[in-house]
Design a protein around this ligand. Structure first.
Ligand SMILES: C[S@@+](CC[C@H](N)C(=O)[O-])C[C@H]1O[C@@H](n2cnc3c(N)ncnc32)[C@H](O)[C@@H]1O
Length: 303
């Protein structure tokens, strides 16, 4: 079986471009300061991303040529950041991907990189609580890039509580609205538990679902009960407000990424700052706002 990590689309490239631009600007901004710069990749993958792309056919060929294109994933992007981070932590659960990550790390001998195998939630919480980040003059960036609803709220809280980590969170909007169906009769216990784990509260249920009075349905029957009134926009705003309860610096308006074929909302790329100091918030949000705005305008251009 191939060890290639097939995932994503042009939208994934947009997400990774935001990360690349931020890591470079962040590392440059902090270079002259006496901080230990740390990068944590909580869902690191293999270090590379492979996508199949349909190439345009030559004029005398009917068949489209499909080719595999491999580009750097988040781990390589971090390892290639200049000036380099003092420490790069790559977390991955899948043993095959862990093996791939270890050989990627060997390609960058100058970097102080470590691969950690296991559940990102447990490992991130452990790392966050292990250090007195401010006393030890540690600052950093963490990237949360799950496939779906894997990030537990306690993990987000632990990151925010360091007040030293800037967080890029690729938030799974589509996973969320799949688990929160319009028809509450389809909202089973597995879905409820999954959403509550992501937010650390079940207040989403009260905020997204509204009581509906008795009314005639199409067949003249009386129907009563709840319905999900919250649109995707409202849910995204709700996520933003929830993140703001723990990130004391700031949480920026996210970049909405869409499925390339259906154009349906896929995820929202959030940027949050845990450090409440105005100077830190100013630098981080100036860089990230610019990056997110570039991401939004390139999205508009490509439509
Ligand atoms: C979207 S991919 C990450 C892609 C990567 N950031 C990149 O740019 O190349 C998500 C990764 O998370 C891993 N994963 C899923 N659940 C995990 C967990 N609980 N802890 C750690 N890794 C996990 C998967 O094996 C997969 O490699």
């Amino acid at each position: 079986m191939s060890d290639k990590h097939f995932f994503g689309s042009s939208e994934t490239e947009r997400k990774l471009n935001c990360l690349r631009a931020y890591l470079s600007a962040y590392s440059t901004a902090l270079k002259g300061q006496n901080f230990c710069r740390v990068y944590i990749d909580a869902f690191a993958g293999t270090g590379s991303r492979t996508e199949t792309k349909a190439m345009l056919p030559f004029f005398d060929q009917d068949m489209q040529d499909v080719q595999e294109v491999t580009t750097p994933g988040s781990a390589r992007i971090a390892l290639e950041t200049d000036p380099p981070f003092h420490s790069v932590v790559l977390i991955e659960q899948d043993p095959k991907k862990v093996a791939a990550l270890k050989s990627v790390v060997d390609e960058y001998p100058g970097n102080r990189a470590h691969v950690r195998e296991g559940d990102a939630n447990e490992i991130v919480k452990r790392i966050c609580s292990r250090y007195d980040w401010h006393r030890e003059k540690m600052r950093g960036v963490i990237f949360l890039d799950p496939y779906g609803m894997e990030v537990a709220w306690e993990t987000v809280e632990a990151i925010a509580n360091t007040q030293a980590l800037d967080c890029w969170y690729f938030f799974p909007l589509s996973g969320l609205y799949r688990n929160a169906p319009l028809d509450p009769l389809k909202l089973d216990q597995v879905k409820i538990t999954s959403i509550t784990r992501v937010f650390g509260t079940d207040s989403w249920r009260r905020d997204w679902y509204e009581e509906r009075g008795p009314s005639d349905d199409l067949f003249g029957n009386l129907a009563a009960g709840e319905t999900r009134a919250a649109s995707v926009d409202r849910i995204e705003q709700w996520v933003h407000d929830r993140l703001k309860t723990v990130f004391k610096g700031t949480v920026l308006k996210p970049l909405r990424l869409r499925h390339s074929k259906s154009n349906a909302p896929m995820a929202s790329l959030f940027f949050a700052v845990g450090n409440p100091k105005p100077a830190a918030v100013k630098v981080a949000s100036k860089i990230a706002t610019h990056i997110l705005n570039v991401g939004i305008s390139s999205q508009v251009r490509s439509r």
